[in-house]
Design a protein. Structure first.
Lengths: 116, 110
């Protein structure tokens, strides 16, 4: 069965970076895009960007351009999302999700807390 | 890039029908057929209920339906059930080759 398993919760200080992983299984890794979506506490969903595991091409939301990097490791079927220069407003649950026109499978979410 | 506009909340009684709107522009909702809807229960990851404006994922109840007119997409849930309560988000492709979500709508089943 299709599964996206994300890395565990993180606590970071303002100005630091965080790297969240999303390990895929149960399907051909390079056949499906992966999106990253975040949700701040009590807030809505926010699209961050997309990566094509076949070739690594990325597109980022303008808000995160220059501060986010998405990458893949096809040897381990893992996608990574790194966010730099963290601020307290980056505290959120970060999700990876599969597909392009709609998100059919989601990871369990990774809580990133930014606090001094 | 502002979020797509959704009502903050809607409510209905069991058995009734409700509709949630999602308004964008010709650069997103109005320009593409790639509008999808997601249901989210507290503490859980979202799950898709409608994609490509009006298609239902395999196995999903036909009580969920979607449509679009101009720059506004709509999600209709008929025969409302208690389990339908939760948050609903629309999502659309945009001319910038990016994606955008709506602000979310809280559905309360009375």
């Amino acid at each position: 069965q299709v599964q996206l398993v994300q890395s565990g919760a993180e606590v970071k200080k303002p100005g630091a970076s965080v790297k969240v992983s999303c390990k895929a299984s149960g399907y051909t890794f390079t056949s499906y895009f992966i999106h990253w979506v975040r949700q701040a506490p009590g807030q809505g969903l926010e699209w961050m960007g997309i990566i094509n595991p076949s070739g690594g091409k990325t597109t980022y939301a303008p808000k995160f351009q220059g501060r986010v990097t998405m990458s893949t490791d096809t040897s381990t079927n893992t996608v990574y999302m790194e966010l730099n220069s963290l601020g307290t407003d980056d505290t959120a649950v970060y999700y990876c999700a599969r597909n392009w026109n709609f998100l059919d499978y989601w990871g369990q979410g990774t809580l990133v807390t930014v606090s001094s | 890039q502002s979020a797509l506009t959704q009502p903050a909340s809607v409510s209905g009684s069991p058995g009734q029908s409700i509709t949630i709107s999602c308004t964008g522009t010709s650069s997103d909702v109005g320009g593409y057929k790639f509008v999808s809807w997601y249901q989210q229960h507290p503490g859980k990851a979202p799950q898709v209920v409608i994609y490509d404006v009006n298609k239902r994922p395999s196995g999903l109840s036909n009580r969920f339906s979607g449509s679009k007119s101009g720059n506004t997409a709509s999600l209709t849930i008929s025969g409302l059930q208690a389990e339908d309560e939760g948050d609903y988000y629309c999502r659309s492709y945009t001319t910038n080759n990016t994606w955008i979500f709506g602000g979310g709508t809280k559905l309360t089943v009375l």
